[in-house]
Ligand binder design. Structure first.
Ligand SMILES: [Zn+2]
Ligand SMILES: [Zn+2]
Length: 197
């Protein structure tokens, strides 16, 4: 009887496990292991989600941007979209179509669907002219920002420049001015959406 009950118990526990509290980390191409671990521990600590690291997937031509020199963030989001929250991490440069049309592409640090389940972060621009310590801090901030979008947060309107949900508008100076902090307004919004920190 016991032998029969154990598999049943295991299946029940699996079904009952709260999959909604998991964020998957998807390395895209070759990604530094230390950076993946840093993202995992930072997201877990900040949002109280468990992070599961997936095996890396290869970069492919179907997600290249028009210039063919970097990858298109929206194409990456569309390709790897799934029912689970997934943070895609790449060392390659990513871009979006430039809304101001001065050039065809606009390089970005990251992009998160809002609301949605997928975000992509590139370390490429974050490590430029930075010490390792500064680069790591930027990486954490941008990951928490893009996950914030997935969890339903829009850009911060409280005026508090320290809030990591401020729109960086493509400038690293803006990111560097932020702290590992959500203002009261963003925190309240997140809690209304079911994630109370
Ligand atoms: Zn805020
Ligand atoms: Zn944003």
């Amino acid at each position: 009887m016991r032998l029969l009950l154990f598999p049943l118990y295991a299946v029940m526990m699996w079904v009952m496990a709260d999959h909604s509290k998991i964020i998957f980390i998807q390395p895209l191409g070759n990604v530094n292991k230390e950076e993946i671990s840093l993202v995992k521990s930072s997201v877990e600590r900040f949002y109280h989600y468990k992070c599961v690291i997936k095996p890396a997937v290869s970069l492919s031509d179907d997600i290249l941007a028009g210039s063919k020199t970097r990858y298109e963030a929206n194409r990456i989001l569309a390709k790897y979209r799934s029912g689970e929250i997934t943070l895609i991490l790449t060392q390659n440069d990513i871009a979006i179509k430039n809304p101001e049309r001065h050039t065809n592409e606009w390089g970005v640090f990251g992009l998160g669907a809002m609301p949605g389940t997928t975000c992509v972060i590139s370390t490429f621009r974050l490590k430029r002219y930075a010490t390792k310590q500064l680069f790591h801090l930027r990486l954490i901030k941008v990951c928490l920002h893009e996950i914030g979008h997935n969890l339903g947060l829009e850009h911060c309107t409280s005026g508090d420049k320290r809030c990591l949900m401020n729109d960086a508008k493509g400038t690293i100076k803006e990111v560097d001015g932020e702290e590992l902090f959500l203002c009261a307004k963003c925190k309240k919004q997140l809690c209304n959406d079911g994630v109370c920190l």
